[in-house]
Design a binder for this molecule. Sequence first.
Ligand SMILES: Nc1ncnc2c1ncn2[C@@H]1O[C@H](COP(=O)(O)OP(=O)(O)OP(=O)(O)O)[C@@H](O)[C@H]1O
Ligand SMILES: [Mg+2]
Length: 300
Amino acid sequence: MTNVIETRGLVKRYGDLTAVDHVDIAVPQGTFFGLLGPNGAGKTTTLELIEGIREPDEGEALIFGEKVWPRNRALLPRIGVQLQASAFFERLTVAEQLRCFAELYAVPLTRIDRMIELVGLEDKRTVRTEDLSGGQKQRLSIACSLIHDPEIVFLDEPTAALDPQARRNLWDVLRAINAEGRTVVLTTHYMDEAEILCDQIAIIDRGKILTTDTPRNLITGLGAAYRILLSEGAVSEEEANRLPGVESASLDNGTLALTTHEPSPVLTALAERDALHGLQVTSATLEDVFLTLTGREYRA
Ligand SMILES: Nc1ncnc2c1ncn2[C@@H]1O[C@H](COP(=O)(O)OP(=O)(O)OP(=O)(O)O)[C@@H](O)[C@H]1O
Ligand SMILES: [Mg+2]
């Protein structure tokens, strides 16, 4: 698979602070790639170095095999950029805003309706941008970044400050953008968002990439046990301890908690005993991955 983005030893310093510390990233074409890290980790700075907006102190970033710095104009039609703080032209409606971008990029005006539809702003096309909700503004800024049909789109915390429902709606939009064959690079400090959306996640902390892998590999790589929780009385503690695959079973405050590395035989045995009442299964999460890598709790 070809890598459409590659960085080699990328470094950016602000005085004594190394905001981006020898970052190596490779993003295959068509990937939904997530840069996950807490506030101040260096996500935006890394993105800006890749987009060719900032000059690195060391290293280089390549898009489609071409250096992005010094600013490479040939790349601009092929990438779409949504900045963390989106700015719109003043006093324009949604449709007018998109028209400005369409004209700047000299793309057919039919793209405007296509973009409005993609991000679900059909009923807001004549509304001025200052009268949009936070989530609608995020959608519009994504639409603006896509107007020229770029092959790669960079989204810097597109779902920040949205309520859970609005975030989920926007996830559908982001999935659709990726399903059209575009490479998507997203930054987020939400673990669940990275886990659900991304094919590949790079976890960044204090300017350094700690690890890069699929969400599944990151989590299963910990080798952590599954916890199976049952209501008291579903099976007795003694019986639970004898079930195939169960490593431990204990009753605590009305909940019977089993630990296992092999959930399938345990769940099968429980089903045979008609003991699935109140069942919950939990596995390790990306938070556990972060804790293991840094020794610190993840505080977004
Ligand atoms: N222009 C700048 N001048 C000085 N320091 C900066 C500048 N931009 C960023 N920094 C610092 O570099 C570090 C990384 O910032 P960056 O914005 O890349 O983090 P981030 O991961 O995007 O954080 P957030 O989740 O809050 O958006 C931070 O400590 C920040 O204070
Ligand atoms: Mg940021």
